[in-house]
Design a protein around this ligand. Sequence first.
Ligand SMILES: Cc1cc2nc3c(=O)[nH]c(=O)nc-3n(C[C@H](O)[C@H](O)[C@H](O)COP(=O)(O)OP(=O)(O)OC[C@H]3O[C@@H](n4cnc5c(N)ncnc54)[C@H](O)[C@@H]3O)c2cc1C
Length: 418
Amino acid sequence: MGSIAVVGAGLSGLRCATLLQASGHDVQVYERSSRLGGRMQTDQKDGFLLDHGFHVMQTGYPASKRTFNFQTLGAQAFEPGAILVEQRKKRAKFWTMADPFRRPLQGVFSGLNRFASPLDLLRVAMMRFAVRRGNVNKTFEGGMDDTRAYLMQRGFSERMIDRFFHPLFSGIFLEDDLRTNERMFRFVFRMMSEGQMVLPEEGVAAAPKQLAQRLGYDRIHLDSTIEIHDATSLSVNGKKMKFDAIVKAYNPHLNQEKRHVWTVHYGAPSSPLKSKHILLNTDVRLKNGLIAHLAVPSDIQPSYAPAGKSLVSVTVVGQRAEALGLQDASAIEGTVRAELSNWFGSQTADWDLLDVQHIRHALPEVGANLELTSTSRNNGFECGDHTVHGSVEGALVSAEQVANAVHEHLERRVHGLD
Ligand SMILES: Cc1cc2nc3c(=O)[nH]c(=O)nc-3n(C[C@H](O)[C@H](O)[C@H](O)COP(=O)(O)OP(=O)(O)OC[C@H]3O[C@@H](n4cnc5c(N)ncnc54)[C@H](O)[C@@H]3O)c2cc1C
């Protein structure tokens, strides 16, 4: 049918390209960096797999279900629920919060009155019921307040918000005030209650690679310097080329996005956790802590660490680090290590630092009062998470919508309707 150039080989560009190719178009993808996958990257170091920032895939996301073969990715899931840690003068205390709906036999919550009242748990059940009603797009209807205001308005205690919702969702939204639009919160909360949080066997970079394989690597041109002239012509490394349509699959303002994150990866002789949960720091807000959450990816996917070792990945929200005046890798790591040794004692002395990553422009801003819906806010042939919402799902949904729009546009042209 038509010839199409897709600029950007992140998730949205690759998904858009595979869909257009499946509709019979001749598609070429141009990527300015030397790796495909955009923000979904995995490094290999000393036998460990280090994702760029702690990154999970959600099997409940509808567009992700349409896009990926989770079985081929060898995806393995975290346990629903979380371990909560509370710092104490001598030794930290740990509580396991099992998901009462999916793991009813594990008991609801051992530290009930420290973090939540019985009323809070009732409210979780009510909120779960409310956000799961109807089509998933309904979660984007209704109020547009921020997440904190939404939780307060639903009657949750400050204790529950600060000690549970804050560490979990600040580590997902990568901001420190729960200022994210309540619609995004409802969507993610619903998805967490419907699906599983998984890691691919070869790291998160395996997700865009699955799409690249489907498309054919010969159609992806890395290290390309692109100049877009108009709707049908661009230059690739100085050479002018003509196409029937051009798709922009990147955020032209990504370097203005302020949500940033530090991830500290350690190689440990064994896992500090006894179950496959994520660990949340209940003190991060109330006691001015630094770490939002910690995960041991190798407990979920043994391929993340060499035999006899564990990978411990610690997430520090950039805004939190700023609030504590921590600006560089060694200051961040020093404070992280002090917090970890309070939690886990002397065993952390044997943990080897593998990397401190700083992802400066991690997610687009989706604050209160943004008309956030499940469809793209962009009318042209531009896709990417910034046009829907900052997530794998946002990137994929935008790609599907733009692929449809491009296909319809070319069909209309073929039939002389444009
Ligand atoms: C640390 C971190 C953790 C995350 N965790 C999760 C998570 O747990 N769950 C979840 O759902 N989402 C998560 N996300 C979000 C998810 O990774 C992104 O929403 C998604 O990868 C965005 O894909 P994209 O294609 O829209 O953009 P990008 O991945 O940014 O891709 C854009 C591509 O275009 C290229 N490009 C840019 N400009 C040009 C140009 N001029 N010419 C050619 N190429 C260009 C870039 O190099 C890049 O490869 C996380 C993101 C980060 C950073």
